[in-house]
Design a protein around this ligand. Structure first.
Ligand code: BG6
Length: 522
């Protein structure tokens, strides 16, 4: 009984206690045999089902090349759920109901026969809405995105013309292009067959509750938003560190590196939410207009300043959590002389009225000591009088840390007097934790994103101009790096916080990185 109550709490918390209004539809997953499908997409759909968030009726069709039956695919998905479901053990009765929604359609996406059999499958569904309201999820190779959209259109499975009653939408996984040119080409190609409002470009960071809360925190709290300007803020640090190395993804990573894999999307998205102006409304377009405006205000990095403003790094062997990790160059499917960066740190200036003169520092890396994503807003120090005038006094500047994951929390750091007769000061924290504040569970990003795509709300997805503006910024950095090999000072040992040069990046403005573990307050 207690377990059931806990599950109920988890599910109602996840959906915010409200039910999204979604018309009956079919979710078609291209790339049904892939890792993303079994690890993220189907568990997310299962949780939406448990939380009664899926429309009724609803169907899930997987398409992939491998020979499978409905039964064998369902068995695979159930096994994956046992491993990945965040709601604990799979409930046999619920699963039995859920699996009835699922079927498998074998086919090669480069072959029109696959689309014909998919069409036949959709026609068999009892409700007309199930064969016409279609959410296509492209969990496939990026090189196939445009061809698949073209074929979907050619086979009549998606229509660009607006339809009164029915809709078709396409969710596109990252990476969306590998530079500005390819992103523009892809945009041109797919919007030949789809309206922008039918295209849902994913950045799973936007599905994270803590990332969505950035806007709520800023624009529903006058006390913080009033301080959120160059008058009070000294600098901002955005860290997305990962303990894992590239593991089995060496092949992919060799083509992307940290700049394309993390900065172009996740870090710039977080930056735009932290720094954007208030939107005129909470509509998707109003929010995305402001994000694009912010991205456009980022000062392009001049080639001559690049070395001072952007640091790249690559890990060599070292220990993480007591375990020896290989060097990047020794990872599977990685060139032993690879110059691909597994770490990037940069200083970014935003040339607008609010932020002029305030440096934003962004960093991300693999094989770092801790997995943590957080935004640290560091306020200006107090004037050198009173408490601060005492050379022995440790008077820290105030800070607000938005801890995006894990230990989701928002933490305000300030000074207090130690009890007793001395006037010694100490740093104390005021802390809001999601788990104690809003219940034990933080929802999975993909649940929210799938639901929003079904509901046709693109607020949490990337607009065409957003993706292009981010690529334009990142391309400048890539071009400056060119074919230059990494120098010795650009390597770091696995298990450390990146190359030493990253410290110099901040010390030029008398700043220093404050690593996430220093904020642990358990
Ligand atoms: C993905 C990157 O987009 O994000 C991965 O391709 C990275 O390299 C992952 O590990 C990080 O996501 P999260 O949600 O674990 O922070």
């Amino acid at each position: 009984m207690e377990e059931l109550n806990q599950l109920d709490e988890i599910l109602s918390c996840r959906s915010g206690g409200e039910r999204r209004d979604v018309a009956p539809c079919t979710i078609v997953i291209f790339g049904a045999s892939g890792d993303l499908t079994s690890r993220k997409l189907v568990p997310a759909l299962y949780h939406l089902f448990l939380g009664k968030q899926l429309p009724e009726p609803c169907r899930i069709v997987g398409v992939a090349r491998r020979e499978k039956t409905d039964e064998s695919w369902r068995a695979e998905l159930r096994a994956a759920l046992v491993e990945f479901a965040r709601s604990g053990p799979v409930d046999a009765a619920e699963w039995e109901r859920f699996e009835k929604l699922i079927s498998y359609c074998q086919g090669d996406l480069m072959d029109s026969a696959a689309y014909q059999s998919l069409r036949e499958r959709l026609k068999d569904f009892e409700d007309a809405q199930l064969s016409k309201n279609l959410l296509f999820y492209l969990a496939i190779f990026p090189s196939q995105f445009s061809e698949v959209v073209k074929r979907l259109h050619g086979q009549g499975l998606v229509q660009k013309e607006s339809q009164e009653q029915h809709w078709q939408r396409v969710v596109i996984e990252k990476p969306f292009g590998h530079d500005l040119d390819s992103a523009q080409r892809l945009n041109r190609e797919i919007t030949g067959y789809l309206h922008e409002k039918q295209v849902f470009r994913i950045d799973h960071y936007l599905g994270k509750e803590t990332v969505q809360n950035i806007l709520a925190f800023r624009f529903s709290n006058a006390i913080f938003e009033n301080l959120w300007t160059r008058d009070s803020v000294d600098h901002v640090q955005i860290t997305v560190s990962e303990k894992l190395g590239v593991g089995s993804r060496g092949g992919y990573y060799e083509e992307s590196g940290a700049l394309r894999d993390m900065v172009q999307n996740h870090l710039l998205q977080v930056l735009s939410l932290v720094a954007m102006e208030p939107p005129v409304s909470l509509d998707a377009e109003a929010i995305r207009d402001e994000k694009v405006k912010l991205l456009r205000s980022i000062r392009p990095l001049a080639a001559e300043d690049m070395a001072k403003q952007v640091i790249r790094g690559q890990y060599f062997g070292g220990r993480v959590d007591g375990q020896q990790r290989p060097a990047y160059r020794g990872e599977d499917r990685v060139d032993p002389a690879s110059n691909v960066e597994t770490y990037v740190a940069m200083q970014v200036w935003i040339d607008n009225w609010r932020w002029s003169g305030v440096p934003f520092y962004l960093r991300t890396g693999k094989n770092l000591p801790l997995s943590a994503s957080e935004v640290r807003v560091q306020f200006r120090p107090i004037p050198n009088v009173l408490f601060a005038a005492n050379p022995d006094a440790a008077v820290d500047a105030n800070s607000i840390v938005l801890r995006l994951q894990p230990n989701e929390s928002i933490c305000l750091g300030f000074n207090g007097k130690f009890p007793g007769s001395s006037s010694r000061l100490g740093r104390v924290l005021m802390d809001f934790r999601y788990d104690t504040g809003f219940g034990a569970y933080t929802p999975e990003a993909y649940e929210r994103l799938l639901l929003e795509a079904m509901a046709g709300d693109s607020t949490l997805f990337i607009r065409r101009d957003e993706v292009e503006t981010s690529w334009a910024f990142v391309d400048g950095i890539r071009a400056a790096w060119g074919e230059q090999p990494l120098s010795n000072r650009e390597f770091y040992a696995a298990g450390t916080w990146g190359p030493e040069a990253a410290d110099a990046l901040l010390s030029q403005c008398n700043h220093r990185w404050i690593n996430p573990q220093e904020l642990k307050h358990d």
